[in-house]
Design a protein around this ligand. Structure first.
Ligand code: TXA
Ligand code: MG
Length: 363
């Protein structure tokens, strides 16, 4: 098959109506994927950067375009359940039940990989992460391509994941063949990555489907102690060994350093004010990422409101855009308010802790 001739150059931009994806556009985007090109597309979680998952050379280009470390495996996106049986060596019974309930949707299942999956996708692991996205444009693209689609989030490695086509262009314009703009992503945080290769299912990355929701369907689910990726967050310093390779890199980071303050809301608010005052008096431009409840009490000029404490789903949907907003505001330091790590709050706190690196205060 003819390969894409223009690996880097002009990025074709297509606006697509999620309610009625234009078949002509989807066919052209699918052809780019079949020919080894890269297409960014909306999913219900964040925008993905797609390549033909069965084409090792195309997959390598994803790593180049993003500047992604080679040892971080990619999720393979499918539009039907039969393809799962081709990609996985074995599909445990629990996986079937989870697919029945949560697919299409923000849940990635890590299963034993079949030999057909290139090692560039699995980063040499013997497992593969598979998910059926719940966005009509993503499903139409995979169907048009006629191949499973490997896709990480469509950001430069280390940057906050993109929840709009604009975010994707900020990072990848000119580095990929095409982008499908289907409007803002709904969930706003990536899928939950659930490892089903052992006796007990383990959450390797909290995301759009909560632990509580999973446990209702398959019983006990553990959370990998390494998820937050920084010493002191569930794993003693120096002993951090994540099972999901992606979890060991600093991630989701705006340009300015981010300090995360966690704990009882009143103490958090008091500490945020204290820190803000201190930095301001040293002449720094301070940005604050706060809940609606706290924002009312903040005097800083550059406050970005993530949403109400009562509504972690709202916070999740705005989080990455908020982190990128601080780049535009040109702040020197970002102070972020932690929320309760329960339900979707667990995924929100995971992304904030990873954006903070080791700058986390518990009060
Ligand atoms: O919502 C999402 O999952 C988005 C959209 C585009 O689908 N994709 C996404 O991909 O977030 P990415 O590459 O940014 O994150 C994939 C995560 C990484 O932490 C990676 O280490 C983990 O999934 N992962 C993938 N395959 C794995 C495997 N076989 N074993 C363990 N972890 C795996
Ligand atoms: Mg990512």
């Amino acid at each position: 098959m003819e390969r894409s001739k223009n690996p880097v150059g002009r990025t074709t931009y297509w606006m697509v109506d999620p309610a009625r994806p234009d078949p002509g556009i989807m066919a052209r985007a699918g052809l780019i994927l079949r020919q080894g090109g890269l297409v960014a597309f909306p999913t219900e979680t964040v925008y993905g950067l797609g390549a033909n998952a069965l084409d090792a050379l195309a997959v390598v280009r994803i790593f180049e375009a993003k500047g992604r470390p080679q040892d971080n495996p990619l999720i393979v996106h499918v539009a039907d359940r039969e393809t799962v049986n081709r990609l996985a060596r074995r599909v445990p019974a629990g996986a079937g039940r989870l697919m029945d309930v949560f697919w299409p949707g923000p849940l990635t299942l890590v299963l034993p990989a079949a030999p057909v999956v290139p090692r560039q996708v699995t980063a040499g692991l013997d497992s593969v992460g598979i998910r059926m996205p719940g966005h009509p444009v993503a499903l139409a693209l995979i169907a048009a391509a006629g191949v499973p689609v490997a896709a990480p989030s469509a950001n430069l490695s280390g940057r906050p994941s993109p929840t709009t086509a604009g975010h994707v262009l900020q990072d990848l314009d000119g580095r990929i063949e095409a982008i499908l703009d289907g409007g803002p992503a709904g969930v706003g945080l990536e899928s939950t990555v659930l490892d089903l290769t052992g006796d007990v299912p383990v959450i390797l990355r909290p995301g759009g489907i909560t632990r509580e929701e999973l446990e209702k369907v398959i019983g006990e689910v553990r959370v990998d102690p390494g998820i937050d990726g920084v010493p002191g967050c569930g794993s003693p310093a120096g002993e951090f060994r994540p099972r999901s390779p992606g979890m060991k890199y600093r991630h989701y980071a705006p340009r300015a350093p981010l300090v995360l303050v966690e704990g009882e809301p009143e103490r958090v608010v008091a500490r945020l004010k204290e820190l803000a005052g201190g930095y301001r008096s040293r002449g720094l431009r301070v940005g604050v990422l706060a809940t609606a409840e706290t924002a009312r009490e903040c005097q800083e000029d550059r406050v970005v409101v993530a949403g109400s404490r009562q509504d972690p789903a709202g916070i999740a949907s705005r989080l990455f855009a908020a982190l990128r907003r601080f780049d535009e505001l040109g702040v020197d330091i970002i102070l972020a308010e932690g929320i309760e790590p329960r339900g979707l709050g667990l995924a929100v706190m995971n992304r904030l802790r990873r954006a903070a690196g080791n700058r986390i205060e518990r009060v």
